[in-house]
Design a protein around this ligand. Structure first.
Ligand SMILES: Cc1cc2nc3c(=O)[nH]c(=O)nc-3n(C[C@H](O)[C@H](O)[C@H](O)COP(=O)(O)OP(=O)(O)OC[C@H]3O[C@@H](n4cnc5c(N)ncnc54)[C@H](O)[C@@H]3O)c2cc1C
Length: 301
């Protein structure tokens, strides 16, 4: 029996583990793929207080080291469901079943896809959702980034240092990221921003060869030859498997209160997966702390 099981090892889940261990509770963190969560996709983090600049990988490594040094248990498994048995909860994974007094769900969000035909078959063969992970495969090649927000612009800046040419394709007539990032993108000689444009077709069967682009103003279409497309059009929740123990809002995010408590006693939701207006590392770690302390109070009640 664990005191607290934490589902997901992003900043929210790992921070929850730190606070749980410092309160002398046993904590098991279960992660399905990447310790550090989305931060590992971030080429450069420049808005986390106390650090002028650091890579997402560096941040994730430090967090994991801190969690391990405090004695939290860690398992690499996919959580399939959580059952509420009243005073105990059962966490079912692809390999095991675990019992806990409280559960913190911190599963973040997943990448939104373009929905274009061929997209899935071209993933890893020209289509990527992470420049930090895959950018090096496109050294000295021509790539495009789809999206105009912070993530897309960060990816474009990183790729501009590796690739010969980077197109940024945005459906709106303007970029929506932070002013500092827009300046960086516009200042890079090998980056070309194409606004008011959508992708209507991915060209290539065995590997991506190009895109068919459509101007939103007049519907005219052109072809663009590229070697890779980095999709950065936002993220969406992936919470359905937990909806029987934690109520979802109209957009699929967990509804929870200030302490991150869901509608089920002893089950908390923290970080990007819950209903909130700002989804950043700072807000994720804040949730992790609040959820863990509330879970400790619940256990000690
Ligand atoms: C490219 C990019 C750049 C970014 N740059 C910045 C930045 O510069 N500054 C900033 O503040 N924010 C940035 N962000 C946002 C920031 O990374 C997120 O807000 C933050 O990581 C959210 O933390 P989280 O713990 O809630 O979720 P996540 O980081 O998404 O972590 C959730 C974890 O849960 C795991 N998980 C999911 N489902 C299961 C399951 N069923 N079983 C087990 N594990 C599961 C996932 O694998 C993941 O590791 C960026 C995001 C991206 C994508």
């Amino acid at each position: 029996m664990h005191d607290i099981i934490i589902v997901g090892a992003g900043p929210a889940g790992l921070t929850a583990a730190i606070y749980a261990r410092r309160a002398n509770k046993t904590a098991l963190v279960i992660e399905k793929s990447t310790f550090g969560g989305q931060t590992t996709y971030s080429p450069q983090i420049e808005n986390y207080p106390g650090f002028i600049s650091m890579s997402g990988g560096e941040f994730a490594d430090k967090l994991v080291e801190q969690v391990i040094s405090l004695g939290a248990d860690i398992e690499m498994e996919t959580v399939l469901s959580v059952r509420d048995n009243g005073d105990t909860k059962t966490v079912v994974t692809d390999k095991n079943e675990y019992e806990a007094k409280a559960v913190i769900i911190a599963v973040g969000v997943k990448h939104r896809q373009t929905g274009l035909e061929n997209e899935n078959s071209l993933v890893g063969r020209g289509i990527s959702y992470c420049a930090t992970c895959d950018g090096a495969f496109y050294r000295n090649k021509t790539v495009a980034v789809l999206g105009g927000g912070n993530s897309a612009l960060q990816e474009a800046v990183l790729l501009s240092g590796l690739c010969s040419k980077v197109y940024v394709i945005q459906n709106l007539d303007y970029l929506t990221g932070e002013a500092r990032l827009i300046q960086k993108v516009e200042g890079a000689e090998n980056v070309e921003v194409i606004t008011g444009t959508v992708i209507t077709r991915l060209i290539g069967d065995d590997g991506l060869k190009g895109l068919v682009l459509k101007k939103t103003s007049d519907g005219s279409e052109t072809e663009l030859e590229i070697d890779g497309l980095f999709v950065a059009i936002g993220l969406e929740p992936d919470n359905a498997r937990f909806s029987d123990v934690a109520k979802l809002d109209d957009y699929g995010y967990f509804a929870s209160d200030e302490t991150c408590l869901t509608e089920t006693r002893g089950i908390f939701a923290a970080g990007d997966c819950r209903s909130k207006t700002v989804r950043q590392i700072t807000t994720a770690v804040a949730d992790g702390a609040a959820a863990a302390l509330a879970a400790c109070r619940y256990i000690d009640r």
